[in-house]
Design a protein around this ligand. Structure first.
Ligand code: BG6
Ligand code: MG
Length: 226
């Protein structure tokens, strides 16, 4: 029986809660277009790429926009989001996040980031955790968005680790699907009812114990007392 060789963390919603900042920026744009955006709808945007998020928001209305108009809208939203990020500090790390990154390293495992955001490097800088990763893959480096497994597979490849020896850590349904499609153990962080497709769900990263994963046969499993 073997231990996992790598832990691959999602960023938004796992290490820091940017959902509210994305919401504020999207709501500003949507209000300008006369479209209502509530917190429940924002839940559906978690883990979803910038372009796809915009498409879902525009689908709330009936007007059609040209590709150039959509690019301009996405840029406007991103400028507002990046302004909001300026206030982010290490205090914005989610409970247990720093300890989880340190525990993964201390367990002798490789650590990577697999993010759907093009702003991942900026966010890591504000949080002061850029050095916590052996490799970072973000939306600038991949073609297909989650739930496609590309971002997780690219991280495993960069670490030279078999996907079956990786645990992918996600807060969003699209992200859990991406982890599973990559052939990794899917650890969900958040609400077990929402993340029912994950192999295991913990409420927050205080529940993350790297030594509790063992490879049995072709798959990693979670064992309560290794
Ligand atoms: C994901 C977020 O991590 O990144 C989504 O959960 C966001 O809400 C997506 O839309 C893209 O982020 P960005 O920073 O490239 O606009
Ligand atoms: Mg996320």
């Amino acid at each position: 029986m073997a231990r996992p060789r790598a832990f691959i963390f999602d960023l938004d919603g796992v290490l820091t809660d940017t959902a509210q900042l994305h919401f504020i920026a999207w709501r500003e744009l949507a209000e300008g277009l006369g479209l209502p955006l509530d917190a429940a709808f924002n839940e559906e945007l978690k883990g979803v790429s910038r372009t796809e998020s915009l498409e879902r928001i525009l689908a709330l209305g009936t007007r059609r926009y040209t590709p150039a108009e959509k690019v301009a809208m996405a840029e406007r939203k991103n400028a507002a989001y990046v302004r909001l990020l300026e206030r982010m500090t290490p205090a914005d790390l989610l409970p247990g996040a720093l300890a989880a990154l340190q525990a993964a390293r201390a367990a002798g495992c490789r650590v990577a980031l697999a993010s759907a955001s093009r702003n991942a490097a900026t966010v890591l800088g504000h949080l002061g955790i850029a050095d916590a990763f052996d490799h970072v893959v973000d939306a600038n480096l991949v073609t297909h968005s989650k739930p496609d497994p590309e971002v997780f597979l690219a991280a495993a490849e960069a670490l030279a680790v078999d996907p079956a020896d990786c645990v992918g850590i996600e807060d969003a349904v699209a992200g859990v699907r991406a982890v599973r499609a990559a052939g990794m153990f899917a650890l969900g962080v958040g609400d077990a009812r929402v993340l029912s497709e994950a192999d295991q769900v913990i409420a927050d990263l205080h529940g993350f114990i790297p030594s509790n994963y063992l490879r049995v046969g072709s798959r990693l499993r979670w064992v309560s007392s290794p």
